[in-house]
Structures are given as C-alpha cells and as structure tokens.
Design a protein around this ligand. Structure first.
Ligand code: FAD
Length: 402
C-alpha cells in the first residue's frame, strides 16, 4: 500500500514536471516564432529564441540533479525540439545539436571531475555548446578525423579545419571530435569538450544557404588548448554508437517533424478556409493535405518506434551496439528526413499558389527550404551506401510481429 502511494505520487510529480517543461518550451517557441522570418531573411543566429530558452533554463535540463540539472529524458527533450522546431526550425536544430552534445558528455564523463565541473557551469550559466565533426574535405564522414590531439606540457592542443560549425561565434563552447594522437588511425577518435576561453576561431567560409539559415553554420580553423581531462576517456566509436547517433537521429528527427507538422497545419487551415469560401466544397488540392497528414503520421510512428527501441536498450551496452539496433537507429535518420520532406511538399501542393507565395499566411517556402537540409545533413546516400553490406548480411524478417 505504502509502495503504491509512493509510486502514485512520483507519477504525478513526473506529470507536473512534464507539463512545466512543455509550458517552458512553448514560451521559448513563441519567442522563436516571432523572430523566425527575420532570422531566416538575415541568415543570423536566432538570438531572441535563445534569450527565452535561457530565461526558461532549458539548456541544462538533461544534466543530472546532483550537478544542478533536471535529468530530463530523451523523450522529453524530443518534445521540446518538436515544439521549438514548429516555431523556428533553425532555433530547434540549434537546441537539438546542443542537447546531442550534452548527452555525449553526461553519459560518458563517468565521474571525470573536470567534465562534471563543465556540466555544472553549463547549467548555472545556461551555456550553449556547439558541435564540430565535419572536417576538411571529408564531408559527412563523422567516423574519421584528420587533426590530432597533441600533448603540450600540462595541456593538450588541437588545430582543425572545421568546415562547418553551426552558431560557432555565438556558442559558449564547442564539443569536437579529433584523432586520438598524431600516430593514431583516422578512425581512432576522441571527443574534446572546450569552453570559449579554450579556443580561437579563424573564419574560413560563410553560410549563405537555401534554408536553415539561422543555424549560421560557418567554417573555421579551430585552435584549442585545454586540460587533458577535457578529452573524454571513452573512445569516440563507443560514444558514437551508444549516444551520438541515437540522440542525433531522434532529436534532429523531432525538429524535422516539427517543420512537417507546421506545414501540415498551414495546409489544414488553407483547406478549411477554401471550404468556408465555397459553401463547404473541398478545394482541388485537398487530397494533398490528406497525403501530408498520412506521411506526418508515418514520420511520427518511425520516430516514436526509434525512441522506444533506444529506451529499451540504452542501459545495455551489448544490445545497444548490436547490428540490429544500430541499423534501425541509423535508418531512422533516412526515413524521417525523407518523410518530413515529402510531408512539406504535399502541404505545398495542398496550398497551391498561396503556399508558393512568400506573402500569405499559408506560405510554405521557409519550411520547404529548411526541411531540404534534412536528407543532406549526413547525406542519406552516404548512410544507405554504408549500410549496404550490413543489409546484405541481415536475414529478412520471418513474421510481421517478430
Ligand atoms: C543545417 C546544417 C547544419 C550543420 N551543422 C554542423 C555542425 O554544427 N557541425 C558539423 O560538424 N557539421 C555540421 N553540418 C555538416 C553535416 O554534419 C555534414 O558534414 C554535411 O551535411 C555533409 O555535407 P556534404 O554533402 O558536403 O558531404 P558528404 O556527406 O560527403 O556528401 C557529398 C556527396 O557525396 C555523396 N556521398 C557521400 N558518401 C557517399 C556514399 N558512401 N555513397 C554514395 N554517395 C555518397 C552524397 O550523396 C553527396 O552528394 C551541418 C549541415 C547542415 C545541413
């Protein structure tokens, strides 16, 4: 009886916490929405959205309570990404990228006092962390690094050609991959956590893109000097499989689902509006709205199933690295990005010229430009190519439910 009371009260506490979190996410989304058009037009960091995200103290929510955080789950963070992603895709994607890096540090810091100190500073100061994996001409090959960590007295140094770092100038720190040592193989990587005082950035290229303009993802030469314990002891290949890929694919996917949802919402309003003006007659584009609803539903299904699959194995190191889970979570990115793009295109066709124009309440242009980054962000061709051999070795399922 006593145990039942305790579990009921912790369930209601969780419900209160979730409501509070979603309320805070909606406040941040409102600020992001109000600035979204200007941020996109000017191709600049969404400062207004992040001022509210900081005010709502949403940057450190995943951090353990012992270090000042709220221990938010991946499902809760995915909902925050979805909510903000509907308002301003760039703000949502930046928030997702920050949380992906947070997940890597939190899971793999393993009692390292320097890294725990950084986590505490992130919560206290609501610091925003950027990500650097893309290097030189290697494109989206995250599992290969050229620049190496070099020991120098009491410190370590790193100099890398970081061709794309979103919001690098506005971030308070950067989490970067690097080769373990100058004599290590390119795939023998580590993760290094840097705060702003640890590095300098020299601009290599700007960011004038079709969409996701507010991510401000310029290229830099990154020069860093840090305490050796700012390098995570866990090899990056384990961090990649256990945390980086699952979090990236689920949280990016949640932002893309947000873009797909807002476009579908506009299509719904367009169809309703058209019906009101024609005595209840469906406009000719209405079937495309149904199509958008259908692909959005599939997209949500794929994401929810990936989330459940990850939650089921996340504390089991063997199951998480098994081929079955790794293929599922890797393919999630391909499926979700394609479904999000298809949904926005269907919404555009439902709205017709009103969606194509940039000056109506049904404009789909920004959402389409933003979502077109999804299949390219770690290119789907690269992912499908890399999985071809694995897929050849995987037996086809013997039943529908198994
Ligand atoms: C909005 C946005 C924000 C980003 N932010 C960051 C960031 O903060 N930090 C960061 O480090 N990076 C960031 N990136 C970069 C991203 O992580 C990838 O590195 C980048 O999208 C890969 O670009 P790419 O197409 O040039 O490279 P590639 O993946 O190398 O692809 C180049 C071309 O080669 C083809 N290709 C590649 N491999 C194969 C293969 N095996 N089989 C068949 N075809 C293949 C692809 O189809 C593509 O046409 C961001 C990207 C975007 C779009």
């Amino acid at each position: 009886m006593e145990a039942q009371k305790v579990s009921t009260s912790s369930a209601s506490l969780l419900a209160v916490r979730q409501t509070d979190l979603m309320g805070r996410a909606r406040a941040a989304a409102e600020a992001a929405r109000n600035a979204a058009v200007t941020v996109d037009r000017e191709g600049r960091f969404p400062a207004e959205g992040f001022a509210e995200i900081r005010k709502q103290r949403l940057l450190g929510i995943m951090v353990p309570r012992a270090l000042g955080g709220e221990e938010a789950s991946i499902g809760e963070i995915a909902d925050v990404c979805y909510t903000i992603g509907q308002a301003c895709a760039a703000t949502g994607l930046i928030y997702a990228m920050h949380q992906i890096k947070m997940a890597c540090i939190i899971r793999h810091a393993k009692g390292n006092p320097v890294l725990e100190g950084i986590l505490k500073r992130i919560v206290d100061g609501q610091l925003l962390m950027a990500s650097s994996t893309t290097e030189g001409q290697a494109g989206g090959n995250v599992r290969s690094s050229d620049a190496a960590i070099v020991p120098d007295g009491e410190t370590v140094t790193l100099e890398r050609k970081a061709t794309v770092i979103s919001y690098a100038m506005e971030a308070d720190g950067i989490v970067t991959t690097a080769r373990r040592a100058v004599d290590a193989a390119a795939s023998d990587q580590v993760l290094l956590v840097l705060l702003k005082s640890d590095y300098t950035l020299e601009r290599l290229q700007g960011w004038d893109t079709l969409g996701m303009r507010g991510t401000h993802s310029e290229g830099f030469t990154l020069r860093a000097r840090a305490h050796p314990q700012q390098v995570l002891a866990e090899p990056y290949d384990r961090i990649h499989g256990q945390t980086m890929v699952p979090y990236a694919h689920i949280l990016w996917g949640s932002v893309w689902a947000g873009i797909a949802a807002v476009a579908t919402g506009k299509a719904q309003n367009f169809v309703r509006n058209a019906m009101r003006q024609s005595n209840g007659q469906m406009p000719p584009g209405a079937p495309h709205f149904t199509q958008a609803v259908s692909t959005l539903r599939n997209l949500r299904g794929v994401l929810a199933s990936a989330l459940r699959a990850y939650e089921a194995v996340m504390h089991d190191e063997k199951a998480i690295m098994a081929l079955d889970f790794q293929s599922t979570i890797t393919l999630t990115k391909v499926q979700v990005s394609e479904l999000a793009t298809a949904t926005v295109l269907a919404a555009l066709r439902a709205c017709g010229l009103s969606g194509y124009r940039n000056d109506t309440e049904f404009s789909i242009g920004r959402h389409l430009r933003d979502v077109l980054s999804a299949p390219l962000m770690i290119n789907n061709d690269r992912i499908l190519g890399n999985l071809a051999t694995t897929s050849m070795m995987t037996p086809l399922p013997a039943s529908i439910s198994g």
